[in-house]
Ligand binder design. Structure first.
Ligand code: ATP
Ligand code: MG
Length: 290
């Protein structure tokens, strides 16, 4: 990435912070902005935790992602909307190393080139991903699922003798509370509701303390009450983590969003507050309808 690109990106983010600072109480967006970078951390001193520029990928000649550029500030909760087939999931596949783009740049902070890393390495770097379908271990309790999320793949023996240290126990207690499952700690995951399973899976990601969380249609299939609790959960994560949330549920987006990015045909069609993008003629045409 050239210094010019970095500068332009930082300016864009700075402008955006100014623009939205009246809309967000939590200050999540500003939380880490301008922090001094220490080696070993993701370098967010330029005001971005994630940076995509001119990313394209084709499948059998079809451009699923087409010169896509976007960036996300540390602590930000960014919502992504757009019609089916817009490329939202494919974008997450690219960020997490599941799909290699044909061209473009993908940076985590300003120094980590994600295209040089594979899927497990990217997870290790601090990017957690939640797929639509919950993938918890149904036979295990809530506690055991969360505990398991900390285990590193060092073989059966290491796993058998794995014991939480006190910091990990504290973390587990904190995560249980965050995901609203403190009262269900000994419940078998298979007996949880769909929404609770989703929260448990988010909890499993949180055990790893990810810097960036990618969530693909997290409230699909949830009851209204579960959707409301999920909105609370995401708002509580904002600032501590950066989040990218793909959703079609506009009520949910309305509750949680600061900046909304509209994807269409593999690139950004519009970006702004929900009110701004909802008033955009092209967005109305391709996605929201009249
Ligand atoms: N591995 C693949 N091989 C071939 N085509 C693919 C592949 N992955 C995605 N596509 C195509 O790329 C386009 C974008 O798909 P993607 O799943 O990213 O859309 P989306 O925005 O997530 O849609 P939805 O809202 O329905 O989840 C679609 O036309 C899809 O069929
Ligand atoms: Mg999708």
């Amino acid at each position: 990435m050239t210094p010019d690109l970095l500068k332009q990106g930082a300016q864009r983010v700075a402008q955006r912070i100014e623009k939205v600072s009246t809309q967000t109480e939590s200050g999540g967006r500003d939380a880490s902005y301008g922090r001094i970078y220490t080696p070993g951390e993701v370098d967010v001193s330029h005001g971005r935790i994630l940076y995509l520029e001119d990313v394209s990928v084709s499948f059998d000649g079809f451009k699923a992602i087409n010169k896509l550029s976007l960036d996300i500030a540390p602590g930000e909760l960014r919502c992504i909307i757009g019609p089916n087939g817009a490329g939202k999931t494919t974008m997450m596949d690219i960020i997490t190393g599941k799909t290699r783009p044909d061209e473009g740049q993908v940076f985590f902070g300003s120094t980590i080139d994600l295209l040089r890393h594979n899927e497990p390495e990217i997870a290790q770097l601090g990017i957690g991903r939640k797929f639509q379908k919950p993938t918890v271990f149904e036979q295990l309790t809530v506690f055991e699922n969360l505990e398991l999320a900390l285990k590193t793949p060092k073989g059966v023996k290491a796993s058998m003798f794995f014991k939480l240290d006190s910091a990990q126990s504290d973390r587990l207690a904190e995560v249980l509370h965050t995901i609203h499952l403190a009262d269900s700690v000994l419940t078998q995951a298979g007996n949880l509701s769909h929404g609770q399973k989703q929260w448990l899976e988010i909890g499993m990601l949180l055990m790893q303390d990810p810097k960036l969380l990618l969530l693909d249609e997290p409230v699909a299939g949830m009851t209204d009450h579960e959707t409301e609790r999920t909105a609370e959960l995401f708002l509580s994560l904002k600032g501590k983590h950066s989040l990218m949330v793909v959703e079609h549920d506009m009520g949910f987006i309305k509750t949680i969003s600061d900046i909304v990015t509209v994807l269409c045909d593999g690139s950004v069609l519009a970006q702004g507050t929900l009110d701004q993008v909802q008033a955009n003629e092209r967005v109305i045409e391709v996605y929201l309808g009249r």
